[in-house]
Design a protein around this ligand. Structure first.
Ligand code: UT7
Length: 325
């Protein structure tokens, strides 16, 4: 068995910023409602670039920071629920765009927990000696599946991508990854794909609107708070650590109230949680790697620091990770 560690990060977001007051022109909402109920003030929306474009930009920044050559990359995993196409996978399009032609490439879908799931796969493959390194990306253009007439969801989401490069290491790095799912709650957060079609009948039609996100916000909120609290507590208990040993907790950026709930319940100061949802909204699988990259760029994480990331979302899925930087 080998260790794997994150050696660099990168992210990319679209230039176009939609603030809460602009959304109030589209639906019956207000800056006051969105800010107090979610903490979100702005989100980035991609008008022209697709998911693979944002993923490739994040990847290129990450690789520049790693100082490695693209031909050295052995595996690319993209976590996304908003791929450019059913096939090829977004990872294959990224492979072509960045020129990483020696890399194996695949997408995975675990919604907002997707980045943690993808890291789990990459870490396991490296630990088993199957690959020496991997480029792991969370990338979304959620605006493609956002119902801009539904005030209960359109105020929440944004577009973006984040990437990490991980490699085999003799030093400590990824200490523990856990993932899970509660498929019995799948109906609480849905974006439909194409339905079955009888080739002998022309009945039925499917439109873009059918793919728009539908969410039972209160049920997902309940799940999210349970997962946030439970995942962090489990890691603390298993490794006999407390928040004092942790430099930073990077939660999925869905709602400030979810993070505040966990902070209060676990008696962890809010300063320990990295929060940037006010700038980007909920970018699903991209939210954790975008936040991680920002924290790294701000110099908030140094070698040897322990950090935790926790994801939760559609599926319903969840995942957590403990890392020594
Ligand atoms: O990444 C996936 C994970 N997703 C999440 O973690 C989302 C978890 N859920 C949430 O963050 C919250 O449930 C929401 C932010 C989605 C909603 O907040 P809430 O406090 O649960 O609001 P609510 O759904 O109970 O709605 C309260 C009221 C309703 O009006 P009435 O029925 O009380 O008259 C809604 O119609 O707020 C209304 N409302 C709005 N009003 C103004 C819902 N959306 C809006 C809006 N602007 N955008």
């Amino acid at each position: 068995m080998f260790n794997s560690r994150i050696v660099s990060t990168g992210s990319a977001v679209p230039d176009f910023i939609i603030d809460n007051s602009m959304l109030a022109e589209l639906v019956d909402t207000s800056d006051e409602w969105i800010t107090t109920r979610t903490g979100i003030r702005n989100r980035r929306i991609s008008r022209y670039k697709n998911t693979s474009d944002l993923a490739s930009e994040a990847a290129e920044k990450c690789l520049k920071n790693a100082g490695i050559k693209v031909e050295e990359i052995e595996m690319i995993i993209v976590a996304t629920v908003t791929p450019d196409t059913f096939t090829p996978s977004t990872a294959c399009i990224v492979q072509q765009k960045i020129g990483a032609f020696k890399a194996s490439a695949m997408d995975i879908n675990a919604a907002c927990s997707g980045f943690i799931y993808a890291l789990d796969i990459a870490d396991s493959m490296i630990s088993a000696g199957r690959f020496k390194n991997a480029l792991v990306i969370g990338a979304e253009c959620l605006s493609k599946i956002t119902d801009w007439k539904d005030r209960s969801t359109c105020v929440l989401f944004g577009d973006g991508a984040g990437a990490v490069f991980i490699e085999k290491s003799s030093e400590s790095g990824i200490i523990k990854v856990s993932t899970g799912a509660e498929g019995d709650k799948s109906g609480y957060l849905i974006s439909k794909a194409l339905p079955p079609r009888d080739p002998f009948q022309n009945k039925g039609s499917f439109s873009n609107e059918d793919s728009y996100i539908k969410m039972n916000g209160q049920e997902v909120f309940r799940f999210a708070t349970r997962i946030m609290v439970g995942s962090i507590k489990k890691l603390f208990d298993e490794y006999k650590i407390s928040h004092k040993d942790i430099k930073l907790i990077i939660p999925h950026q869905a709602n400030l109230r979810i993070i505040e709930f966990a902070s209060k319940k676990l008696a962890i100061p809010m300063e320990k949680f990295y929060v940037n949802l006010q700038d980007y909204g909920n970018t699903s699988s991209a939210s954790i790697p975008i936040a991680l990259n920002e924290a790294v760029e701000k110099g908030m994480i140094e070698k040897g620091d322990l950090i935790i990331a926790v994801g939760f979302g559609g599926g319903l899925t969840y995942g957590s990770i403990l890392i020594e930087w």
